[in-house]
Design a protein around this ligand. Structure first.
Ligand SMILES: Nc1ncnc2c1ncn2[C@@H]1O[C@H](COP(=O)(O)OP(=O)(O)OP(=O)(O)O)[C@@H](O)[C@H]1O
Ligand SMILES: [Mg+2]
Length: 248
């Protein structure tokens, strides 16, 4: 379980997170929506200890991330896969090299054939052929790079997967493919997923529970159906600004 309590963070003199409380239960798929610049990526970075809060706590499976030592942070990161905003593949590594980075450090030393077999399975799960194994990221389309980033996240069979804007910047066909892929991965890998997105359609399609982050706080949370029907002003403002079929 991931428990975030009273999380505060100022950046550049401005309060970005101003008392965020959030719990993510085992097996759940949670979507975090919110306007651009509202602190969604900052929140994810606190979960893996890439940023330290000014106040408050993030507890992953009983480990307090802000107060964890190097070993504790290593343990937390071994449980969490992070699909960064814009895929963030290693430019100089092939797809195979990138996928190996999703495995624990040293896992492939002397075991390249076994690791390559795992890489093939991960590629199959994201509907990519193993023809791409020796290609560099620059030789792939944007949609394929996202798939490789997701394959890198699932290859290590981690308990939690954090996706930061997995469909942003993709055309609608590729965005739909990625959403279907994430939905299938959530079912098959049985991971607990957090998906950050400002794409309302993605959030409502993928999530068991949706949270609206705005003004540094969780303004509302509920199932997609609950949020569609709510008259909570912050939710209505967000949903009505970008109406999609069945939401407005
Ligand atoms: N390392 C940093 N130093 C200073 N300010 C930062 C840093 N990282 C983020 N910020 C600021 O914190 C705020 C929240 O940023 P964040 O990237 O979390 O937004 P976001 O909700 O993920 O937006 P988007 O939807 O555009 O990705 C922004 O105003 C951003 O400029
Ligand atoms: Mg972001």
């Amino acid at each position: 379980m991931i428990e975030i309590t009273d999380l505060h963070k100022k950046l550049g003199g401005h309060p970005v997170l101003a008392g965020v409380n959030l719990r993510v239960a085992e097996g759940e798929t949670l979507a975090i929506m919110g306007p651009s610049g509202t602190g969604k990526s900052v929140l994810l970075k606190h979960i893996v200890g890439l940023m330290d809060p000014d106040r408050g706590d993030v507890i992953v499976d009983g480990i307090s991330v802000p107060s964890a030592d190097r070993e504790g942070i290593g343990e937390v990161r071994s449980r969490i896969a992070y699909v960064f905003q814009n895929s963030a593949l290693f430019d100089s590594l092939t797809v195979r090299g990138n996928l190996f980075m999703g495995l624990p450090p040293g896992a492939c030393d002397g075991r390249v054939p076994e690791c390559t077999a795992m890489a093939r399975t991960a590629l199959e799960q994201v509907n990519l052929s193993d023809d791409v194994l020796e290609l560099l990221p620059a030789e792939l389309s944007g949609g394929m790079q996202r798939r490789v980033a997701i394959a890198r996240a699932i290859i290590g069979k981690r308990r939690y997967i954090l996706y930061d804007e997995p469909t942003t910047g993709l055309d609608p066909i590729n965005a739909t493919r990625i959403n279907e892929l994430i939905a299938r991965v959530s079912r098959e890998v049985e991971a607990t997923s957090i998906i950050v997105t400002h794409d309302i359609e993605s959030a409502f399609f993928l999530a068991d529970r949706v949270v609206l982050l705005s003004g540094g706080l969780v303004q509302a949370e509920g199932t997609p159906d609950e949020l569609r029907e709510t008259d909570h002003p912050a939710v209505r403002e967000f949903l009505d600004a970008a109406p999609v079929a069945g939401v407005a």
